[in-house]
Write a protein that binds this ligand. Sequence first.
Ligand code: FAD
Length: 380
Amino acid sequence: MGTSIAFFLSAQTDLDVTLVEKDGIATGSTGDSSAILRHHYGDQTIYSKMAWWSHQFYRNFNEETGEVIAHIDNPLVRFGRENTDPGNYAKAGYETLQSLNIPVTKHESEKLPDRYSMIADVESFDFGISDDAAGYSDGSDAANGFARAAQQNGVTVVTGVGAETIKVEEDSIVGVKTEEGDIECDTVVVAAGSWTPRLGEKLGVDIPITTTREQILILDPPEAYKAKYPSLVPTTALPGGNWYIRPDFGDGILVATHHTDEEVNPDHYDGNPDEEIILELTEQISNMIPELKEAGLRGKYCGVYSTTPDHDFILDQAGPEGCYFACGFSGHGFKHGPAIGKIMTDLVVEGTTDMVDVDFFSLDRFEGSPHGHGKAVDDV
Ligand SMILES: Cc1cc2nc3c(=O)[nH]c(=O)nc-3n(C[C@H](O)[C@H](O)[C@H](O)COP(=O)(O)OP(=O)(O)OC[C@H]3O[C@@H](n4cnc5c(N)ncnc54)[C@H](O)[C@@H]3O)c2cc1C
């Protein structure tokens, strides 16, 4: 998010911009992201619009930034049953995408076995809603591409240097104190992922996000499976499931947990998936796709989500004058990266944006109610 914001600020304004990264670019959640680019968000039009706008940007990344990112088309399907919450959610997204002219198809039960023949008992679902234009990319590609493009536009990119505090005088920003000296400025956008609450706290701004650990496996499908199913798997999750799959670059299959709710410290968490999770995920995937029972394990790692109580983002001016926050992107921020860069640039320059109703993402929604909007929207 920081690199996207730096890019849009440099592309759309004459401001003097410095990006400060305590580690390397994409060493946080972004580098571990599954980077699924979907548009289906139930009836949440605001997210579908941002995802669609951002996806066009990612598709045209080279024209827009001069940099190259990986991008693979892979429709995302939500299987559903009538009169269930996941089924209603899937159908609401179908209607929303139709209303926005975003490609979407409803496959009736009898069509599912032909289309998704690798999935056991797929005909037991009443329908499948296919987000036809979905795909996936790579977080490290995108963040590094944005950072290089921002640098080309004149942004100073400082890596390996942490921001310690944001300096304030008479309730206005006057600079950033870093591990290697001060940077004078009158505007700061804090987009520090899981670490944002620490910087917020020093300004007296409470950022209600928690950091949770997610576990990812890359499966190595048997040769016979790859020959039979060249597109490997659709991107999908079982309704109500807390895990998802998508093909991986090359010929692997990515399987990952989603909202394990295991709170961790972003500086110190186990980067190695737990043995019981590996067993559980491989069992679940073998049940769902029996021909993957003999799949090998090609890779494994963990990453962290930084999540607000309602799983909605925080995009707001808060605290001293000139201080903005872009955080709480949970397990669904990557697909909105370009839109976030544009929105934060609009907020800094204009104080508002015509891209979305940005009040939806205000920090003060938690003042009256610690649960904010109260409804999580980002089930895969
Ligand atoms: C396993 C996993 C799978 C995911 N899958 C998807 C998906 O399929 N689709 C999707 O849309 N989203 C997905 N997401 C979510 C998405 O990746 C995140 O929402 C997004 O990357 C968050 O970006 P960010 O810039 O806010 O945070 P980060 O990428 O964590 O960046 C924050 C940066 O701030 C730096 N920093 C922190 N403190 C300081 C400081 N004091 N000074 C200087 N620098 C500092 C950190 O080093 C870090 O590089 C996934 C996330 C994970 C972990």
